[in-house]
Design a protein around this ligand. Structure first.
Ligand code: PMP
Length: 367
């Protein structure tokens, strides 16, 4: 037989990434399967996108200077007094943008993980984690969640070995919605060796409403081994344009930039992100209404008797065990697309009030 091009064993062994189904525009279905923002882009953001389109015969700004400077100003404005006093303002050189935060995470791992190095992460969590770890050549060390869906940070600290290179802290955690407190994160950081990178994945940060929430930038001010990971996909509603970023100490940021694909964020995406930062107030009002909707959906489901863990993100988790796949198919047939994790549970994004009403009605039929 003609010899075939071999794939790396780590690649052949990868689980498939399951994206939420794309629903055709106008279809009679609510897509609650990808934690997207249900609102369409603001007029000001659409105008920026159209403006930027006239320039796409040119490569984008490789280092996204205007965007990283706008982000640096925005992040500095949100720093605590202590963080500002300890490390000064966030600077553009600390920020690395990429094609969605999942690409930035892949580049972070490519920058620091050598073959066989261990990467600790909570599990069940964001399904891309084991994939990006394997692609980078690392070894996944998943640590089980607590019974209620929260991260077991002491167990994650206890899993550190001399081969540990990175710890991923997903807060709020996808798909359970649980978030850790800042005090608990600080405790972890005190225990972890200073040459182990701690990535704080704050994809759902803007939806958090709890006492003592994680403040990744404050953690970064106190610990040089922290990298904060954020995205424009969720609260800012730009999932389709793919813009995410990391904030790190300048030396690490330079390393992540070196590992990144050149020109990874298009001019249109950069301009849309800048316009979104300008419209932050308006966008965060939308986030507030999603948070209200989250509470309404959780209360209605709990009233039906479901055990819904407290969610600090824009989705809820229903642990349905073996019934998960059937229930997801039923919901889809009834007009709501949800995200099943076979044998474990359903993740339902919080969307429009009409979507909540329909899902709550479907769930009532399962009691
Ligand atoms: N982190 C977490 C926890 C996520 O749930 C997601 C998206 N599902 C991402 C990162 C990646 O988002 P994006 O690549 O769109 O920025």
């Amino acid at each position: 037989m003609t010899p075939r091009v071999p794939l790396r064993p780590a690649i052949s062994a990868l689980p498939a990434y399951v994206p939420g189904a794309r629903v055709p525009v106008g279809a009679a279905a609510f897509k609650l399967s990808s934690n997207e923002n249900p609102y369409p882009p603001l007029a000001s953001v659409q105008a920026a996108i159209i403006d930027a389109a006239s320039d796409i015969n040119r490569y984008p700004d490789m280092f996204a200077t205007e965007l990283t400077e706008a982000l640096a100003a925005d992040l500095t404005a949100g720093l605590t007094q202590e963080a500002l006093a300890a490390k000064g303002p966030v600077t553009a050189e600390q920020i690395v943008v990429g094609n969605g935060s999942v690409a930035v995470l892949a580049h972070i791992l490519e920058a620091v993980v050598d073959a066989g190095d261990e990467v600790i992460f909570p599990w069940r969590s964001f399904e891309a984690y084991p994939i990006v770890v394997s692609v980078a050549g690392g070894t996944s060390v998943p640590v089980s969640l607590l019974a209620g869906g929260g991260l077991d940070l002491p167990a994650m600290a206890a899993a550190v070995t001399p081969r540990t290179r990175v710890i991923l802290v997903c807060t709020p955690n996808n798909p359970t919605g649980s978030a850790v407190t800042h005090a608990a994160l600080e405790e972890l950081l005190e225990q972890v060796p200073s040459d182990v990178l701690v990535v704080v994945d704050e994809a759902y940060l803007e939806f958090v409403r709890m006492d003592d929430p994680v403040d990744g930038l404050a953690a970064l001010a106190g610990h040089p081994n922290v990298v904060v990971l954020r995205t424009f996909s969720k609260a800012y509603g730009l999932a389709g344009l793919r813009v995410g970023y990391a904030v790190a100490r300048p030396r690490l940021a330079a390393g992540i930039r070196s590992a990144s694909t050149p020109f990874g964020v298009s001019h249109i995406a950069q301009q849309a992100a800048i316009a979104s930062l300008r419209a932050k107030g308006e966008l965060l009002e939308r986030v507030d209404s999603i948070v209200v909707e989250r509470a309404r959906m959780a209360a209605a489901l709990r009233e039906q008797g479901w055990d819904v863990p407290d969610s600090q993100a824009n989705f809820l988790w229903l642990a349905l065990g073996e019934r998960t796949a059937d229930r997801a198919a039923e919901a889809s047939a009834a007009g709501v697309i949800v995200r099943p994790f076979a044998g474990e549970g359903l993740r339902v994004s919080v969307g429009e009030p009409e979507a909540t009403d329909l899902f709550v009605k479907i769930a009532a039929g399962w009691r």
